[in-house]
Design a protein around this ligand. Sequence first.
Ligand SMILES: NC(=O)c1ccc[n+]([C@@H]2O[C@H](COP(=O)([O-])OP(=O)(O)OC[C@H]3O[C@@H](n4cnc5c(N)ncnc54)[C@H](O)[C@@H]3O)[C@@H](O)[C@H]2O)c1
Ligand SMILES: [Zn+2]
Length: 688
Amino acid sequence: MSTPADVQTVQARHAELTAQVREHNQRYYEQDAPTISDFEYDALARELRELEALHPELLTGDAPTLTVGGRPSTLFEKVRHPTPMTSLDNAFTDAELSEFDDKVARALNLKLGEHTFTYTCELKIDGLSINLYYVDGVLQWAATRGDGETGEKVTANVEGIPGIPTVLPGLKGELEVRGEVYMSRAAFLAYNVAAEEEGRPLLKNPRNGAAGALRQKNAAETRRRNLDVILYSLGKRDGVPVRSQWEVLEWLRAQGFAVSEFSRRVEGSAAAALYHAEMTAKRPELPFDADGSVVKLDDLRLQDEAGYTSRAPKWAIAYKFPADQAQTVMNDISIQVGRTGKLTPVAELQPVQLEGSTVSRATLHNEDFIRGLDLRVGDTVLVHKSGGIIPEVLRVVLELRPPDAVPYVFPTHCPVCGHTAERQEGAAGTFCTNPACPAKATLRVQYFASRDVLDIKGLGERLVVELVNSGLVRDPADLYALQPEQIEHLAMGETTTGAVRKVGRKTADKLVAEIEASKTRELWRFIRSLGLPGVGEGTSTRLARVYPTLAALQAATAEELARIPDIGAATAEVLASGLADPDMQAFVTRLVAAGIQPTASADVQTGEQLAGLSFVITGTLSRPRDSLKAHLEAHGARVGSSVTSKTSYLIAGEDGGGKLSKASELKVPILDEAALNALLEERGVALG
Ligand SMILES: NC(=O)c1ccc[n+]([C@@H]2O[C@H](COP(=O)([O-])OP(=O)(O)OC[C@H]3O[C@@H](n4cnc5c(N)ncnc54)[C@H](O)[C@@H]3O)[C@@H](O)[C@H]2O)c1
Ligand SMILES: [Zn+2]
């Protein structure tokens, strides 16, 4: 018998949990911005379900335990799913999986212990569900799950995702194909590396990256995230000859849909548990984030017979993986100084096992990241592996904070050289202000020589440290003055017995030859080597298309730079001031004096030499305007009819008229015919 006091606490706890689950649902499904991890969420939802099972009188019709997902966003057109999209119930142990097996038997009125079901086991991909709707074999729309009844139409955002055929020849009637849109770990990590380098916000995790990309209106950003899809089930399926889940997967594959290679058909729930154990072991090396396996009754007829609860099928269960996060103590925060002089804080952790490896450090990105988490030395923290690879601090376990822990004060001086460190306007990072900081010099030279920049073979990290420490090299331009006799006696590393290994004459000769050969690398590599904030491979390539030499780039103004596609006004400002910096000017001058001779970028192909440029033509020229227009367009340029701030050049013949004043007002450079011909020649475009 429960006392009134018990009833009150149960009611209070129920109300509290209901409010929490509702709030986290909204953050997760509607705002794509969860504030707790899935494991913490699952624990809350589970407690709530258990409470409701014990006290069914607490259960109301609008309980979050009975609903699916969140409200569809008003940003998108809404669409009703022909058949509802459901969620999945969870299991966390082998015992719970076996309970599920019994429940299925009961739902089918079979005697316990006298059945062995065939199951199809799949990975539960951590992405966003999608419904693809076809009529007579033609894709009509793609929609998110939304609240299960009504989703958001995101057809344009799935275009270009490999593995979604838009036409299925020979099919009549209605078809719904369901699956998961996700960001692969590789795409996620690549996105974040570029974002960090270019100063854009980082993605929290692949599922967030996919959800954000699918549910937004900027198609360019969606493409940038390189989404993938895996399809795994059918809703309406007029005329599709399948009798089992396994046949559904085979049919989908035969139609050209992207299908998982990790699925398996097994006999009995013990074999399903084995599949789960195998996948748990495989998890760290999967190409995508997965949060469990899904065990589905294979026979579609039996599925129909078993039926659904209000939110999930009775014939399938999500068997969740154990937590991929760990709790540990942060002993200290250390500071690393990077190539740009950026001070990066790093969490020094009490070593902890996480997904098969020992984690003892995690990047903390910058001062704001630490402040956002209110991270203090001595705190207990939750860590996980971002993209399955990079250790990251998720949050502080506040209940375990030592009473004497104080807020972290970010250093005001460079830990390597002792000069002042400052935060720059508009940037998240704090930078060492000493242009001659040895940490910077070493990393700048290492960066310059690295494979993605000048690609100088044989110039390893250790050797660069020696070159900087011996005073031979203070910046990358010094490399070009090196002589073999200066290098041959330097240490290059240790032998297996611990003795110092010298460079030696032969290697020194080879290295000097490699350095010499790098003088004619593609221009974009030299642009990238300048280490301008926010300039990765993409931006370097775009800049190399517009500016034929480093000197031309150096003279670029912010207005000019802002005209280049994908470079915004803010980036243009940062670039222009970076280029105008006296140290940068001196460095470029020294590079040029060292005799570099950059070649046109290899990715510029015939037909693309003028890509990124937009022209307006005015006045009378020596050739017909139409033919000039066609010629420019044939090489990738755009030719507009009126001068705007995005126009790269105004080509002016005799009697240019009003467009000339417009161009000078907007500071658009004006080319006469001779200047145009010079530009074309520079780009390797025939005069036409
Ligand atoms: N962190 C938070 O604040 C928060 C809040 C709400 C929900 N969540 C998380 O969201 C999930 C619960 O949401 P849910 O309702 O989408 O249920 P679910 O993710 O547990 O299961 C249903 C979904 O699994 C997906 N799925 C992936 N692979 C599948 C496969 N092979 N076969 C069938 N389905 C497959 C489908 O999209 C389906 O809709 C949990 O992981 C939960 O932790 C987290
Ligand atoms: Zn310094």
